[in-house]
Design a binder for this molecule. Structure first.
Ligand code: HEC
Ligand code: HEC
Length: 353
């Protein structure tokens, strides 16, 4: 009797094992123990990331900054995915390249600490998606994409109400498995729905193939512009601009442009990490990342209007403004619409080749 039970148990175990590990599908991997906290990472995260991704990684403090603590994200991404997407950022979106060598603020050790802090939010078992290969038909994926994805991610993955899917860094770092499982399961506690119950597997594969075929939004290796030198003042010697911020903070792009066209003098601060400034910036603006304003404020005149800007368009520029105001720079405001709208309106920009 005992032997029979034993044989049945071994049989069941074998079936279970085969079902779990067979083929190239995703596999749950046991979580040995909780990921340890990283106090250094927590502090760096609080300084550089929380303003957009939220204090606890809940996301959406600014624009489409994702929910980094989402278990559906953490369980399927590798440390190197988080690290590379942080180091290189998502050029052309508010997600800057944070790697020090790229003009960001984090050296390799600090980057690892931030990744460890992010990882410490993970409570569920990791899923190994490295064996997942998607062999879909991109052309066939166009229709279901237009039907189910476009309103949020844009026609060509350029982003609409949700993040982009055509970014070169995403395209290079996201594996088939990451994209497949995200589409199938969605991301709980975010607006990304799971399509597993709605679309047949083959159709999901086609959509994934379609997503992977998006032309990249900007060239992956954007050339770097040199650090600016010389006068921080635009139209030096001109009459000082007089601006009226809405709600005491926000200056419309058209007002700034009109002041510049009238030859009036003011200062524009690009408050993003230098890595973004190197890709493109408003003509005549100086680079002063929000986390450097306090230590570099003596470079700024006190009698002229200072306009800070970013891409988000208010989170980073808002931090820079708060730093300026705390130092007594009263004539200061935020470029209300941000740099991307400035560029869309055809106002003067310096763009790297
Ligand atoms: C100015 C706002 C902002 C700041 C500051 C910021 N991010 Fe982001 N982050 C974003 C946005 C927006 C996206 C989505 C970009 C896109 O559309 O591809 C993003 C995407 C990401 C992704 C990719 C997520 C995914 O689902 O694939 C990671 C990882 C990430 N950020 C980590 C960080 C870390 C770590 C920091 C701090 C060092 C940071 N971010 C700072 C706005 C920000
Ligand atoms: C209602 C809006 C919405 C719809 C519809 C939607 N998504 Fe998403 N999607 C999101 C949001 C929001 C996120 C980011 C979630 C987070 O991690 O915070 C996301 C994330 C993703 C990601 C992860 C990108 C990355 O960098 O990590 C992929 C891939 C994706 N969506 C593909 C799709 C596809 C394909 C479809 C259609 C089958 C689709 N989405 C439909 C809102 C949507």
């Amino acid at each position: 009797m005992k032997r029979a039970i034993g044989i049945v148990l071994i049989g069941l175990l074998m079936i279970f094992f085969a079902a779990y590990c067979g083929g190239g599908g995703p596999r749950r991997v046991p979580l040995a123990k909780p990921f340890p906290p990283s106090p250094v990472g927590e502090q760096l995260y609080g300084k550089y990331c929380a303003l957009c991704h939220g204090d606890d990684g809940e996301g959406y403090k600014a624009d489409e900054a994702t929910a980094l603590r989402s278990q559906d994200f953490l369980t399927i991404v590798s440390d190197s995915y988080i690290s590379e997407n942080t180091r290189r950022g998502r050029p052309g979106t508010p997600m800057s390249a944070w790697g020090l060598e790229l003009g960001g603020a984090l050296d390799a050790g600090e980057l690892a600490a931030v990744v460890a802090h992010t990882r410490a939010w993970q409570q569920e078992q990791p899923i190994d998606v490295s064996g997942v290969k998607v062999d879909g038909d991109a052309e066939a994926g166009a229709e279901p994409y237009a039907l189910h994805c476009e309103t949020c991610h844009g026609q060509q993955g350029e982003g609409a109400t949700a993040m982009t899917l055509n970014n070169p860094v995403f395209q290079e770092t996201a594996s088939d498995g990451l994209i497949r499982l995200t589409v199938e399961h969605g991301r709980r506690e975010t607006k990304m729905p799971g399509f597993g119950g709605q679309l047949p597997g083959g159709e999901i594969d086609d959509v994934v193939a379609f997503v992977k075929a998006f032309p990249p939004s900007i060239p992956p290796s954007a050339a770097s512009l040199d650090a600016p030198t010389g006068d921080p003042i635009l139209n030096p010697g001109g009459p000082p601009a007089e601006l009226t911020p809405k709600d005491g903070r926000f200056v419309p792009a058209d007002d700034v442009k009109a002041a510049l066209d009238a030859g009036q003098s003011l200062v524009m601060i690009d408050a993003r990490p230098f890595s973004d400034y190197q890709i493109s910036h408003i003509e005549g603006a100086i680079s002063m990342p929000f986390y450097d304003v306090e230590k570099r404020a003596d470079e700024l005149p006190r009698d002229l209007w200072i306009i800070t800007y970013c891409g988000c368009p208010h989170a980073i520029s808002g931090q820079a403004l708060d730093a300026l105001r705390a130092l007594g720079f009263e004539k200061s405001g935020i470029l209300d619409e941000g740099v991307y709208v400035w560029e869309d309106r055809g106002y003067p920009m310096v763009v790297s080749e």
